[in-house]
Design a protein around this ligand. Structure first.
Ligand code: NIG
Ligand code: FE
Length: 414
């Protein structure tokens, strides 16, 4: 049955060019897709003709569901011990060098079955919806062998089939060099290129191919090799770029025509310029900066001034950003990157959809778009990042179906 949300205090629809369509005292009519929105009387008439159920939004703000375009949800265990080490002054790199970090997540992942992984992931996915997110990009990258990467991607696919949160899968076999290839990185790259990528593509388990391009992990040359191989098989490139240092990742993103380059805390002007020219989205992940106790946030104002398009993501993962709270990222991007609430909301909706190349149906509420809708427990968008870390979600609809009520998932719908 179609739904008509009435008594909307403000309806915000992000436009392609970074501006907004907005309406006060509005109504929104949708089934699986958005049918119409506008002045209440007009829409209500249409809704009644179509037999829609009328829902009172209670004078609240309505936006598209948030799109989190960079997450790593397929992990086995939290890494709270590493957090404690960091509280004692050890850095993310120190911990990785000691065999912790991503490699410890790899050991834990390999020790559990695909069924067990699905079980552990499902409750994590609830949290995304509870914070207003309706779609996430979900990476592998804790398996680091063909079988184990497939295990993660199969788990992601199965979760997507049973859970209302939509997941867009990414192969991240080049996340780290696994223990068994430490002395022969080239051989691991051969494996990714010759075996892992073709196996994943054959099973249609990923849309994107990602690489952690960073000093001490994969160089620009190595990253290029993986991304080009992925592209040859039809995977869209994206990458972790210029996070801890300026390694030239942004330039590589432009060169290979990536959908997005992510992190970018250390991106150079030349990198920005090339990304803008190539139409690569700048995906900002300020949660990782905060959680790792670092102080260099991406220069978002400069990126916007140079003509770049922003996305904003949680980077949800057990090492550098264990949170599903995308509105909190809006707070960080406001306080540390000087972005306005509207700019961060755009990045977390339409910008995320653009980073996933799914802007035709996600990230906005233009009639015809997928009816992914978040009703906020406030009347205007500034309150979303203002109440930092607090949940401001009233309701969430995914493909027109009510999933979240009063900020909590409806148990019967899981
Ligand atoms: O985006 N930088 C690489 N990957 C993640 C961290 C993953 C982990 O530590 O488990 C990131 O920050
Ligand atoms: Fe990441």
């Amino acid at each position: 049955m179609p739904t008509c949300l009435i008594n909307i205090a403000r309806l915000l629809n992000p436009r392609e060019n970074g501006t907004w369509e907005e309406l006060e005292s509005a109504a929104l009519l949708f089934d699986e897709r958005v049918v119409a929105w506008g002045e209440q009387g007009e829409v209500l008439e249409k809704a009644q003709r179509g037999g829609a159920q009328i829902v009172d939004a209670g004078n609240r703000l309505v936006t598209p569901g948030l799109v989190d375009s960079h997450t790593h949800p397929a992990f086995a265990e939290p890494r709270a011990g590493e957090f404690e080490l960091r509280c004692q002054g050890k850095s993310y790199k120190d911990i990785a060098a000691l065999g912790g970090g991503i490699r410890s997540s790899v050991r834990a992942l390999r020790a559990i079955s695909e069924d067990e992984l699905v079980e552990r992931m499902l409750p994590r996915l609830d949290r995304f919806l509870e914070y207003g997110t309706t779609t996430i990009e979900a990476k592998s990258g804790y398996g680091l062998s063909t079988t184990e990467e497939l295990k993660q991607l199969c788990a992601i696919k199965r979760c997507g089939e049973t859970h209302p949160l939509e997941m867009i899968p990414t192969l991240l076999a080049a996340h780290e060099v696994p223990d068994e290839y430490r002395s022969n990185k080239a051989q691991y790259l051969d494996l990714i290129v010759n075996e892992t990528i073709p196996s994943v593509v054959e099973r249609k388990l990923a849309r994107f191919c990602d690489v952690f391009c960073e000093e001490g992990v994969f160089s620009v040359e190595e990253s290029r090799r993986v991304l080009e191989a992925g592209k040859k098989h039809g995977l869209i490139p994206k990458l972790h770029a210029d996070q801890l240092s300026d390694t030239g990742g942004a330039k590589l993103a432009a060169e290979v025509g990536a959908a997005s380059a992510d992190h970018l805390d250390h991106v150079s002007d030349e990198g920005i310029e090339r990304m803008v020219r190539a139409g690569v989205v700048f995906n900002l992940l300020p949660g990782a900066v905060l959680f790792l106790g670092l102080n260099r946030y991406p220069d978002a104002r400069r990126i916007l001034k140079m003509g770049g398009s922003l996305a904003l993501s949680t980077d949800f993962n057990p090492g550098s950003s264990p949170t599903q709270n995308l509105p909190l990222m809006m707070t960080l991007a406001g306080s540390f990157c000087q972005l306005s609430p509207r700019e961060t909301l755009w990045a977390a909706t339409r910008g995320g959809a653009r980073a996933l190349r799914l802007e035709d149906r996600l990230g906005h509420l233009t009639p015809g778009a997928q009816a992914d809708v978040t009703v906020w427990d406030c009347a205007e968008e500034r309150q979303i990042p203002y109440w930092y870390g607090m949940n401001q979600v009233h309701q969430v609809y995914k493909r027109g179906r009510l999933i979240i009520v009063n900020g909590k998932i409806i148990p019967s719908d899981i």
